[in-house]
Design a protein around this ligand. Structure first.
Ligand SMILES: *Cc1c(COP(=O)(O)O)cnc(C)c1O
Length: 426
């Protein structure tokens, strides 16, 4: 299939796999650790990166490759690497560029797991993160001048649902010749394709909407192929790598330098690939992504309006609401829907929030978003509980914040469940 020719809906259904005569219509689960070759020279060429092919499933696998090709096509990128989780995708997206002694820049409203990865674990690896407020041009410029080698932000943040002004961020990054990496988990490529607005690298937790059925933890990194690593002085991508007999990634792989290095260096050495079985299930979910994202967004807008009109609700954040400070940005970047996540605050603070969550019936209390079933979570006592009060505030999380992930159920049923829970609190 020539993915570039087709619309997103067609790629969701058919992308990444073109069976030949009498082959399986559905990409099989190639549950094999390894692949057989006829000559040692052929395997040697794979090791030297002179030939392409699968050799060992820690590095690549045919079922995983189908998912990688499909998501690369959906994002409009030229290559992708699937990982064991969204955390791995974000980790490797950074390590491919930065090493001990380097600084990176990140928006402070990141998902709790990513925030801790950057502020604590990467710090132990010798990589320092400069956190800056979202959409703050001056802070970004200052952080770049202080040595930040890349800027990382979420297109629609988890859980505060704030919208990144992508074009503005890309303009500043490119003025100073650094790459912009965007975690596009919440919109998915169906609602937003960050490369169209100048982003260089996109990551996803495929665990969320792309799988959509809450079966498989996974992640992916997609490369636009547009950033010029060599010209902009990213020596770890252009210098000769002794681990591959002195090969230079930019010289050998040209615009695919970054995504090749991510796989053959970091997935190979750290060992966090997606499993073929998870790739199969994730691909099954992805086939209906475009239908689900529309329904998630329509449902969430209805529920956000209901919450906004409820007397026991203190505030509601949903970028599709006209009252949202992000409404203008959402009209630009999220034209086809603002995805399924709402954050809101209940009057009465922490205790009322917990009681309300515990009173839900249909909507389940789970640590998850993006499932086709609706769910609720209290970030301050769950996903973000390791953050200090100050970090919580910067992350846009209040003590009474509730994160609702609206599924594709009937909205009258969902609203009844919400109403009944409100009746249980003072
Ligand atoms: C969940 C999530 C992650 C982490 O992904 P896992 O698949 O849970 O490892 C990263 N970024 C965002 C925006 C997320 O929602």
């Amino acid at each position: 299939m020539n993915e570039r020719k087709y619309d997103l809906e067609t790629i969701c259904a058919n992308g990444g796999y073109s069976p030949k005569n009498a082959e399986a219509r559905i990409c099989p689960i190639v549950q094999s650790t390894t692949f057989k070759y006829d000559s040692s020279d052929a395997v040697g060429d794979l090791f030297d990166l002179k030939a392409e092919g699968h050799m060992y499933s820690r590095i690549s696998n045919p079922t995983v490759e189908v998912l990688e090709k499909k998501i690369a096509a959906l994002e409009g990128g030229l290559g992708a690497v699937a990982t064991s989780s969204g955390q791995s995708a974000n980790l490797i997206s950074i390590l491919t560029i930065a090493e001990a002694g380097d600084s990176i820049i990140a928006a402070s409203n990141l998902y709790g797991g990513t925030y801790t990865l950057f502020s604590s674990t990467l710090k132990k690896f010798g990589i320092n993160t400069i956190f800056i407020p979202l959409n703050d041009e001056k802070a970004l410029e200052e952080a770049i001048k202080a040595g930040g080698k890349l800027f990382f932000a979420e297109s629609l943040s988890n859980p505060s649902v704030e919208v990144l002004d992508i074009e503005k961020a890309a303009r500043i990054c490119h003025k100073y010749n650094i790459p912009l990496i965007v975690d596009n988990t919440f919109p998915s490529p169906v609602l937003l394709r960050p490369f169209e607005f100048g982003v260089d690298i996109v990551t996803h937790s495929t665990t969320k909407y792309i799988d959509g059925h809450a079966t498989s933890v996974g992640g992916i990194i997609v490369d636009s192929g547009k950033f010029n690593w060599e010209k902009n002085g990213y020596k770890s991508l252009s210098d000769k790598d002794p681990a591959y007999h002195g090969l230079s990634y930019t010289e050998t792989f040209k615009e695919k330098a970054y995504i090749t290095k991510a796989r053959v260096c970091f997935i190979r050495d750290l060992g966090n690939p997606m499993s073929p079985f998870n790739a199969f299930l994730t691909n099954l979910g992805l086939e209906t992504l475009h239908l689900r994202m529309r329904k998630h967004s329509d449902n969430a807008l209805k529920i956000a309006k209901f919450l906004e009109s409820h007397e026991k609700v203190e505030w509601v954040n949903y970028p599709g609401l006209e009252s949202s400070p992000y409404y203008e940005l959402s009209k630009k970047y999220l034209k086809n829907g603002a995805s399924g996540v709402i954050s809101f605050g209940i009057k009465g603070g922490l205790e009322a929030s917990k009681k309300w969550i515990d009173s839900l019936n249909l909507i389940s209390l789970v640590v998850h978003v993006g499932d086709l079933r609706s769910s609720a979570l209290h970030p301050a006592s769950m996903t973000h509980r390791q953050l200090s009060n100050e970090a919580l505030e910067k992350a846009g999380v209040k003590k009474n914040s509730i994160r609702l992930s609206i599924g594709i159920e009937n909205t009258d049923d969902l609203i009844s469940d919400l109403k009944e829970a409100f009746e249980k609190i003072e």
